[in-house]
Design a protein around this ligand. Sequence first.
Ligand code: ATP
Length: 254
Amino acid sequence: MLDIQNVSKSVDGKPIVQDIQLSIQKGKCIGLIGPNGAGKSTVVKLISALEKPSAGQIQFMGKDVQDWSVKKLAQHIAVLTQEGLAPYPITVYDAILMGRYPHLGFFQRESKRDYEIVEEVLKITDLTEFRDQLLDTLSGGERQRVAIAKAMVQQPELLLLDEPTTYLDIGHQLNILKLVQDWQKRDGLTVVMVLHDLNLAAQFCDELVLMDHGRVVRVGTSEDIIAKEMLESVYHANPEIIRHPKTNIPQILL
Ligand SMILES: Nc1ncnc2c1ncn2[C@@H]1O[C@H](COP(=O)(O)OP(=O)(O)OP(=O)(O)O)[C@@H](O)[C@H]1O
């Protein structure tokens, strides 16, 4: 579904990402990990066509993302940043309904089906009780849940998440990632997410892409990537690796 072919990006002659090659299959959850400044957010911006590669191209559903119109692309790709939704004084319901805009024609009002979709998503995301509350009165965790709900009504095939759990406590971090994982399994959604928390990345992603200094260092499962030597060489840290007692997935102890 997504093919990143020899993509590089430079700004003012400074290379930010270099020679990225990645093929992402439909229905997979891919975790982009790596130290600060590795180029993870830039890759997300390139995939969403927010930035243009200096070289190479990104094919989404067989067509270069740069050749898609903004509206068409928004019908297929939803993007969520760590800031989530801006805290405007609009209701939760209206904020979520805005996710339907890419599917509406010019001057076209929402149809019965659009409202039904919002109702379904309010239930799935457990936001029904908040429907009339103003966005700027919600907690950070609740607002991030609304951002996921808005992305859900957009009905994309690909969801891009840049550090969706940054400002959240552990309960809300798990809640958001579980929502995304359930959605992925339910609808065959493809997910690319930047995560700093390697333990969460190992638990929620099918595949990890480890980046450093603008390059992809390694692509693999958590078994391949969450390994002592790998993390020492990229993060310059000396973590202990243990196994999750329930899932047996490798986890890091600092
Ligand atoms: N528009 C820009 N102009 C100049 N430098 C940029 C620009 N955008 C990104 N960079 C630089 O490119 C590098 C990669 O940035 P990017 O935000 O993609 O990294 P990241 O892996 O997401 O980092 P972090 O984990 O800290 O968020 C950084 O050194 C950053 O300063």
